[in-house]
Ligand binder design. Structure first.
Ligand code: HEC
Length: 128
């Protein structure tokens, strides 16, 4: 084996295989660290939430659906669907300013924020 690897031609032949193996190991680790099958809020989303949304969405007097009050959100979700809520967040809705005041939020971020705020309190322990 040592002899084979020392052979420059054989080395050339082995390299792509080693690369494939490394890629495989890397992607397996990556998938294990960031599961793609279950949604969970990441630090960036949590940061956006506590910077931009928390002011109204944890203050009942604002009239905003309250974060982690599942039933409060469920009604809106079943009326408009997630996409509908993302759209109203983007354009602003009644007393809520456009993009909830979060100029740096993309539609995707807003979707994550809505998923996060509309999740039940009992699920919070599962957020990473
Ligand atoms: C200045 C206060 C304020 C801030 C900041 C704010 N919201 Fe809201 N939001 C509201 C109010 C008030 C409503 C309820 C409007 C109504 O139904 O009368 C609301 C409703 C919503 C809705 C439901 C819209 C619908 O169509 O029913 C979504 C989604 C939403 N907010 C997302 C967000 C997100 C995401 C953020 C942070 C980026 C955010 N909001 C920040 C005040 C705010």
């Amino acid at each position: 084996m040592i002899l084979l690897v020392a052979d420059p031609l054989m080395e050339k032949a082995m390299l792509p295989r080693i690369r494939t193996l490394l890629l495989l190991v890397f992607s397996t680790t990556f998938t294990a660290t960031f599961p793609t099958n279950a949604w969970s809020a990441d630090d960036y989303v949590l940061d956006l939430y506590s910077t931009y949304c928390v002011a109204c969405h944890t203050a009942p007097q604002s009239g905003a659906p309250q974060a982690f009050d599942h039933s409060d959100w469920q009604q809106r979700l079943s009326n408009k669907g997630l996409n509908g809520l993302v759209n109203s967040a983007v354009s602003g809705f009644k007393n809520m300013p456009p993009v909830g005041g979060c100029g740096e939020c993309t539609a995707e971020d807003l979707e994550d924020l809505i998923r996060y705020m509309s999740s039940a309190k009992s699920d919070q322990g599962k957020q990473s």
